[in-house]
Design a protein around this ligand. Structure first.
Ligand SMILES: Cc1cc2nc3c(=O)[nH]c(=O)nc-3n(C[C@H](O)[C@H](O)[C@H](O)COP(=O)(O)O)c2cc1C
Length: 386
């Protein structure tokens, strides 16, 4: 089964991801992964850290002469900032004079619960890992998965639907245009007028020392009917997608298709009528289900939305209590972003790419790309002749 593990602290020497169960024969270049890493670092509202870190991957195993060989793929991204943190992040015993200790937990972050759970008095031991710097590794894994899925015609992209109270209104119907317009916008919103207002909201939040959240929509085109399963809870594709997206830092809601809106209307306004033509086979005239029914892809584009809360580190912090003195304090400020929603969309694409790649490999198996192509081809042929 396709799997991965990541490791690395935000100010440690590097982030590492090891992907196992990835088939042989898939063309992968560092440039493919670097492109996605760069996308994660862009976007209006990011902080100073993004100018320090220009993420580049090193592929340390699993790829030879530009193609995967079937062994675990090791991806490493160095933290350039580590040079400034060598002492404070040292694995050696003893504490240097400047440990950069954090004793003022930030409301909304993992600091307090993490310190109590892991018996730390320095929240740095928690925030170094709970920080969304970790999502860099996930984007690298997602880039690898996108390479596999691209061999089968998948396209996965995202765009911003909302920042604060500003909602995109005029969106192109064509996915190509939607993707292109979002890519051309620094808030990754395809509605130019809304994008302008979104920039304004981000600026206003920054001026107030505040932060702001929003909603991302992720669209995956190319999934054939039948990824995932209706047969057991843990095999359901929608459940796997919801878990993967909800695990992204700051995500507080996940919807598939109509999502929460489906609860407000009657069935006649929700369910997608089934049609058939010899060219297309079974298809739908609407896609309110967001491409998944009964835990399985139904052949329509998979449409997922994620709600991101405003990030917790604020220049005008909420009150907190010092871990050592128990005295009330203004929570400590780590260097921070104002709005991460444009970047977070890239992370959500990666999370979904992994889930789809795993479901795809479960359905079509195979140790090599050629074998998977044979299995996939025969299934598509079977669907056409059903
Ligand atoms: C791409 C991205 C960047 C983030 N950057 C920051 C940041 O600079 N400062 C911050 O306080 N939170 C940031 N967050 C959110 C926190 O990591 C997150 O709120 C925290 O780990 C607590 O987890 P929870 O919000 O899921 O409960 C970021 C999230 C994402 C997805």
């Amino acid at each position: 089964m396709l799997n991965y593990i990541t490791s690395g602290e935000s100010h440690g020497p590097q982030l590492t991801a090891i992907v196992s169960g990835f088939p042989a024969g898939v063309a992968v270049l560092a440039a493919d992964i670097n492109r996605e890493l760069a996308r994660r670092q862009q976007g209006y509202g990011r902080g100073e850290r993004m100018t320090i870190e220009q993420d580049k991957v090193e592929i340390l195993s699993g790829v030879r002469f530009g193609k995967t060989i079937g062994s675990p793929v090791t991806l490493v991204i160095k933290n350039r900032d580590w040079e400034n943190w060598r002492e404070a992040m040292s694995p050696d015993p003893g504490e240097p004079a400047d440990t950069k200790a954090v004793t003022r937990p930030r409301p909304g972050h993992a600091d307090l619960s993490g310190c109590l759970k892991y018996a730390h008095k320095d929240a740095r031991n928690i925030l170094e890992r709970s920080s969304a710097r970790e999502t860099t590794s996930r984007v690298a894994v997602g880039a690898l998965c996108k390479r596999l899925l691209a061999e089968f015609g998948f396209v996965i992209f995202s765009h911003i639907l909302r920042i604060g109270d500003v909602v995109a209104q005029e969106l192109p119907k064509s996915f190509d245009e939607l993707q292109k317009k979002a890519a051309d916008s620094d808030v990754r919103c395809a509605d130019a007028a809304a994008a302008e207002k979104m920039r304004g909201r981000i600026r206003e939040a920054k001026e107030r020392g505040d932060t702001i959240g929003g909603v991302v929509e992720i669209i995956a085109v190319g999934a054939p009917i039948g990824l995932g399963s209706c047969m057991s809870a843990d095999a359901k594709l929608d459940a796997a997608i919801a878990q993967a997206v909800m695990s992204i830092q700051a995500v507080k809601g996940v919807e598939i298709g109509m999502g929460f809106a489906a609860a407000a209307v009657c069935g006649s306004n929700v369910h997608d009528a089934i049609s058939y033509s010899p060219e297309r086979g079974f298809y739908r005239t609407t896609n309110n289900a967001g491409g998944i029914e009964g835990g399985m892809s139904n052949g329509e584009p998979i449409i997922v939305r994620a709600a991101f809360k405003p990030i917790p580190t604020m220049m005008t912090p909420k009150a907190s209590v010092d871990l050592i003195t128990k005295e009330p304090f203004e929570a400590s400020k780590e260097r921070s972003d104002v709005c991460v929603v444009p970047a977070a969309g890239v992370v959500a694409e990666a999370a979904i790419a992994f889930v789809l790649a795993r479901a795809f490999l479960e359905k079509f198996g195979g140790d090599s790309l050629d074998e998977i192509k044979r299995n996939h081809h025969s299934y598509i042929h079977y669907l056409k002749n059903y």
